[in-house]
Design a protein around this ligand. Structure first.
Ligand SMILES: CC(C)(COP(=O)(O)OP(=O)(O)OC[C@H]1O[C@@H](n2cnc3c(N)ncnc32)[C@H](O)[C@@H]1OP(=O)(O)O)[C@@H](O)C(=O)NCCC(=O)NCCS
Length: 181
């Protein structure tokens, strides 16, 4: 084995060990503030809004209070079509996912769209986004949907790695855009 593959193998091993350790920590009661609360995936509540605004501002560097109020108004009420779920640990809301089913848009039969997923940097690599994604997909399945889609910046390798790890692959559509003067 040359030096490069050996280094890569060591890095993969190290990442797997770190990931396993963090997963264990996330499942361990010692990981939450009270020492008793396991991670829970549940529909969003109005009282979660401040934590979500803060989490998004922390991740993106832009606070979008009005945007999140509007999103809550549109997706906050659980329904078969619209899903807004949070991951809650002993320390509060540590992640969220938003998605909805759409009928015949772009000529496509009904499918599910995931348009936002975020996990607090301190809680990452512990399987939380995977659980959020699984939960939103389970909701889509219950609504009779058999395909899920998303859209992302191909330069965002973190989000790309996550969605690829969940089994998502390039779809048949391309995105077009132009400037409006
Ligand atoms: C992408 C994101 C949601 C992943 O959350 P997470 O809870 O850390 O993800 P998980 O622990 O469930 O990881 C599941 C899989 O995704 C992949 N993955 C996650 N983080 C990764 C990383 N840093 N590097 C490479 N692969 C990664 C892995 O395959 C991982 O499985 P493994 O740990 O068994 O290898 C999180 O990093 C995040 O919020 N990033 C910012 C999101 C963002 O930019 N949002 C704005 C646009 S919507």
């Amino acid at each position: 084995m040359t030096a490069k593959p050996a280094r890569r193998a060591a890095a993969v091993r190290e990442r797997a060990q770190t990931s396993a350790a963090l997963r264990g920590a996330a499942r361990s009661p010692a990981n939450d503030a009270e020492g008793t609360t396991p991670l829970r995936i549940r529909p969003v509540r109005r009282g979660d809004l401040e934590a979500i605004i803060a989490l998004d501002a922390h991740v993106t560097g832009v606070e979008k209070r009005d945007y999140w109020r509007a999103i809550y108004k549109r997706y906050g009420e659980p329904s078969a079509e619209r899903k807004f779920l949070v991951a809650e640990s002993g320390s509060g809301v540590v992640g969220f996912v938003i998605g909805e089913t759409r009928d015949w848009e772009f000529g496509s039969p009904r499918c599910g769209w995931v348009f936002a997923i975020d996990v607090h940097p301190d809680a990452r690599l512990a399987g939380i986004a995977a659980r959020l994604f699984e939960a939103v997909c389970a909701g889509f399945r219950r609504a009779g949907v058999r395909k899920v889609r998303t859209m992302l910046d191909p330069g965002n390798t973190l989000v790309m790695s996550f969605f690829r790890s969940q089994g998502m692959m390039a779809g048949p559509f391309i995105q077009l855009e132009m400037e409006l003067e």
